[in-house]
Design a protein around this ligand. Structure first.
Ligand code: DLL
Length: 438
């Protein structure tokens, strides 16, 4: 640890040196995959590629993509590159259908993950004197344990609260003096609402200073609300089970994108439709290659997450490239009446209105030939008890705003506070009833 850096030498490494390090590690990782995985061996052979063909970082594009269905088809251990006894921990992501996506980690993978989570927590200002309240789920989901291992590295006090029992979580944060809150943004919003209902003033009754939020897309407006309602500085944290879990990238104090830990991952952006590699600054799907994984390495893994990358140096001094907040997942993208709509766009439009609470639900259906597009939004307590509120005018304004943001018309339904169900894990924002009617 060196001032604000967990590891100054690595975090501020000149870009040329990062590239040299990446090339060396890439060549090792490619050779390792070719020699230890029949999956990758076959993939390479199918395009006539040999590990020694990877001579430069640009040669990476010769390697075929790895996709989610590869992991599902090879469930659970078909893509593992070590003996079963070398796998020491298994996590999985919550797929709704079919086989879950399994992450199988060796001791070495666990050490790298813990180190990267320690580095990430430290980057947001976490120190040994902090009390970190971890309200990400513990279990197969990587959120709870990922933060746990990282906080152990930092030496902070850990409150392993996991999800659920919202009122009790608030009591624990108060009684045990939590200074950092780690949970999904939607759960943070729920905690803030519950605090307001319980008469807890977070600025007076809690010691919280910072929050580390991720695992689902969240708009800048949600961030403003969390920061304002809980009185904390919010940091975005990103990751996925296939790579390690949280700790792939993290926002620094500049709040201008998330630094990707490029000593362990190479990132590319591609056009999700054509697979063409895009230039820095162009929006597309994030594709990651692991450089140091031993249990289940990933070569050119398509995440489905939509973002942009910049390699411009950040004011914080770190040289690792940054990804902008994830806009959404290409598979969450709705096509409504032929127009692409991301739930995060609706969230942004809804959150422009202080009369509305942070919950919303998008309901899309196709009763006849045309899609119907309904956005249910909830009044906040204060607006609901205001007899002067003109609900019709509000509805029209929200409809207009959604039209400006998405380019299509929605039917807005304003409902009472608490009418839209809350979730303790990742938020569910979309009800698409068209399935089977297309
Ligand atoms: O969600 C890991 C994680 C836990 C990240 C806690 C951050 C905090 P999975 O369950 O495998 O892993 O889901 C990975 O979640 O591909 C994104 O679509 C989404 N996601 C993760 N972080 C963010 C974020 C964890 N900061 C999938 N912003 C990813 C937007 C995110 N989406």
């Amino acid at each position: 640890m060196d001032g604000k850096y967990w590891n100054r030498k690595i975090e501020t490494m000149p870009r040329q040196q990062i590239k040299e390090h990446q090339l060396q590690k890439l060549r090792e990782q490619v050779k390792y995959c070719y020699e230890n995985s029949s999956f990758y061996h076959k993939k390479f052979d199918s395009v006539g590629l040999k590990p020694q063909d990877i001579q430069t970082l640009e040669d990476l594009t010769k390697i075929p993509f790895t996709v989610k269905s590869d992991l599902r088809d090879n469930y659970p251990f078909g893509m593992v590159t070590v003996k079963p006894t070398e796998i020491v921990e298994i996590h999985a992501s919550s797929g709704t259908t079919g086989n879950p996506i399994v992450g199988a980690y060796t001791r070495n993978d666990m050490d790298v993950w813990s180190e990267l989570m320690g580095r990430s927590i430290y980057t947001t200002g976490g120190r040994p004197q902090d009390v970190i309240h971890i309200a990400y789920g513990y279990g197969l989901f990587t959120g709870g344990l990922g933060f746990h291992y990282g906080a152990q590295k930092v030496g902070a006090k850990i409150i392993p609260a996991s999800g659920g029992m919202t009122q009790r979580q608030i009591k624990l944060m108060k009684d045990l003096g939590a200074t950092i809150l780690a949970c999904t943004p939607s759960f943070a919003v729920y905690l803030a609402e519950t605090m307001a209902q319980e008469g807890v003033d977070p600025r007076k009754d809690l010691k919280l200073k910072r929050g580390m939020f991720g695992a689902e897309p969240w708009s800048s407006k949600i961030r403003e609300r969390i920061e304002q309602q809980i009185g904390i500085e919010a940091f975005d944290v990103y990751g996925l089970t296939e790579l390690c879990g949280p700790g792939v990238s993290i926002e620094c104090e500049q709040h201008d994108g998330l630094h990707i830990w490029e000593d362990h991952f190479i990132v590319e952006t591609i056009d999700p439709d054509t697979g063409e590699v895009l230039a820095d600054g162009e929006e597309g799907e994030l594709v990651f290659t692991t450089l140091t994984k031993t249990g289940l390495p990933m070569l050119r893994y398509r995440t489905r997450d939509i973002s942009k990358i910049t390699t411009e140096q950040c004011k914080c001094g770190r040289t690792h490239s940054r990804m902008l907040r994830v806009q959404g997942r290409s598979d969450d993208m709705l096509i409504i009446r032929g127009v692409n709509v991301f739930p995060s766009q609706i969230e942004y439009a809804v959150m422009c209105f202080s009369e509305l609470a942070t919950q919303y639900l998008i309901v899309v259906d196709r009763p006849g030939a045309l899609d119907t597009f309904v956005v249910k939004v909830e009044l906040c307590e204060k607006a609901a008890s205001n007899p002067q509120l003109d609900k019709n005018a509000l509805k029209n304004e929200v409809q207009k705003r959604i039209h400006i943001v998405t380019g299509i018309s929605a039917d807005v339904e304003i409902v009472k506070p608490d009418e839209i169900p809350r979730t303790e894990g990742k938020a569910k924002r979309v009800l698409d009833l068209r399935k089977g009617k297309m």
